[in-house]
Design a protein around this ligand. Structure first.
Ligand code: TYM
Length: 327
């Protein structure tokens, strides 16, 4: 059965971007695949974060996973830091990716551009190495991610080719799966910027009360003109809202634009807000109930034990391949 692997890092409040680009799709992989979905808590340390917040965010993500419809009997759900093989494989793989490659990563350039060298942690620079370890430990076939992570999966593929070229067919070549609609949700305050966990104005957070979500959509930046058409260059604001609507309704933004022919901007925004609330309200209620029940604890413990068995096998295979003495 094909293995699916993905993760979300608990750095801040999850956004509608995380939901449409990644989380919402995870449960659809449960049939006919073997999914491994984890909380990338070690990756969350790559920028300064308050320990209390990191713990709270990690619990939130576990509950969001369950609220999205992931069934822990089918999907192995776990914390990255609970499976020490991630860090161990990371220590080996870091020797097979190079400074030049890591420096060219868009995420690294974005995040480090305003920082002094003295403040950039090694973990931020080597972020894709740990991500490759995550993917490769489970012999993953498919990695569902939003567009911004595609480059990291490509680098992981380069690493596999390099590693296997040297040691034989040891690592499985994974493939990213990016959604057709919703791979890059933009900020509602600035549709030229990606919606990200660190942009409170332009973000819709999954924990926002529904009246706040509605208000954010109603006051989203729109464009000149008055027609609702899909044109990311001329009408980035309207196109982003069409993408959001399309991703929820599983249609292309162009198809969504056809639904709104003849609508005024105000009416259109209200329809998008209704759709987002219709989607997020039950999801948020499930999340709250799951958090209250505390059931995530056993699920994470169980998931880590299951994940560790598979991860350990791959780690041993790699250790042997590179010449480490496995006794
Ligand atoms: P993170 O937490 O930054 O993002 C989680 C997922 O959300 C997607 N995403 C978006 N999709 C659409 N529009 C947006 N505005 C948007 N913002 C974020 C991301 O592409 C991602 O799929 N590095 C990963 C975590 C990770 C991982 C892995 C993923 C660590 N190891 C191994 C896959 C496989 C990340 O970006 O998390």
């Amino acid at each position: 059965m094909p293995r699916i692997l993905s993760g979300i890092k608990p750095t801040g409040q999850l956004t509608l971007g995380n939901y449409l680009g990644a989380l919402r799709r995870f449960p659809s992989f449960q049939e006919g695949n073997e999914p491994f979905i984890f909380i990338a808590d070690l990756h969350a340390l790559t920028l300064p974060i308050d320990p209390k917040l990191l713990r709270e965010n990690s619990i939130d993500i576990a509950c969001f996973y369950l609220a999205s419809g992931l069934d822990p009997k089918v999907t192995t759900i776990f914390l990255q830091s609970s499976v020490s093989e991630h860090a161990e494989l990371n220590a080996i793989l870091q020797n097979y990716l190079y400074m030049g490659e890591l420096k060219r990563m868009t995420q690294f350039k974005d995040k480090s551009s305003k920082m002094k060298d003295e403040a950039i942690g090694m973990g931020l620079f080597a972020y894709p190495v740990l991500m490759a370890a995550d993917i490769l430990l489970y012999n993953s076939d498919i990695v569902p991610v939003g567009e911004d992570q595609n480059q990291h999966v490509e680098l992981c593929r380069d690493l596999v080719r390099r590693f296997n070229g040297r040691y034989g067919e040891i690592l499985k070549l994974p493939k990213a799966s990016v959604p057709e609609t919703g791979a890059r949700i933009m900020s509602l305050a600035d549709p030229h910027k990606k919606m990200s966990k660190s942009d409170p104005k332009g973000d819709i957070f999954l924990k926002d009360p529904m009246n706040v979500t509605r208000k954010k959509i109603m006051s989203a930046i729109t464009d000149c003109g008055s027609e609702v058409t899909y044109d990311p260059v001329e009408k980035p604001g309207i196109s982003n809202l069409l993408t959001i609507y399309g991703a929820i309704c599983e249609m292309t933004p162009q198809e969504a634009a056809n639904v709104f022919k003849g609508y005024r901007y105000g009416e259109f925004k209200k329809a998008v807000a209704d759709k987002v609330v219709e989607e997020l309200e039950p999801f948020q209620n499930r999340y709250l109930a799951i958090k209250e029940s505390g059931e995530y604890k056993d699920i994470l413990r169980d998931g880590a034990a299951r994940a560790k068995k598979i991860a350990h096998k791959t780690l041993t295979k790699v250790q042997k391949a590179v010449g480490l003495l496995v006794l």
